[in-house]
Design a protein around this ligand. Sequence first.
Ligand code: ADP
Length: 163
Amino acid sequence: MPRKAIYPGTFDPLTNGHIDIIKRSLDIFDELTILLAINPSKKTLFTTEERLKQLKTVIEEEKLNVKIDSYEGLLVNYCKANGIGVIVRGLRPLVDFEYEFELAMANRELNSEVETVFIITDQKYFYLRSSLIKGIMELDGDVSDKIPPSIHDDLIKKFKKQT
Ligand code: ADP
């Protein structure tokens, strides 16, 4: 049986920290799905369609063998419907622990057959988060070494449109 895993997130936008987790997951699992988790109550800079397109572009550029999908609903239901037994989450020091712990507990209670596995952030990316990228870009700071070039271009366009 292939070991199927899923890496869910908002990816608003995808950063090099996310890509690192994806690459390292591919070393462990036979099949990986990157799932754009749609949460209507979460305000995002990029629309679902824009983020899906960004994911597809980066995955093609990086030649990563992953599936991409989006889903609005309970993650464990998606896992069950697709025969996926492992949820991958990235863990940065301090900030992530409580939230991720609660999320993993809730998912385990909803479906104990699905395990959450944490991959510890690389030290290069431990402070990297999508909100930081947006904050710096909005103030014209340089983040080109922290995100893929195609996403950098999208951010420039997005902030130009807003001003
Ligand atoms: P969320 O799913 O909470 O909306 P994100 O889409 O930003 O958040 O992130 C998806 C997953 O990737 C989460 O588990 C998050 O902790 C992890 N992650 C985000 N940035 C990094 C990083 N720089 N290093 C490691 N893991 C990260």
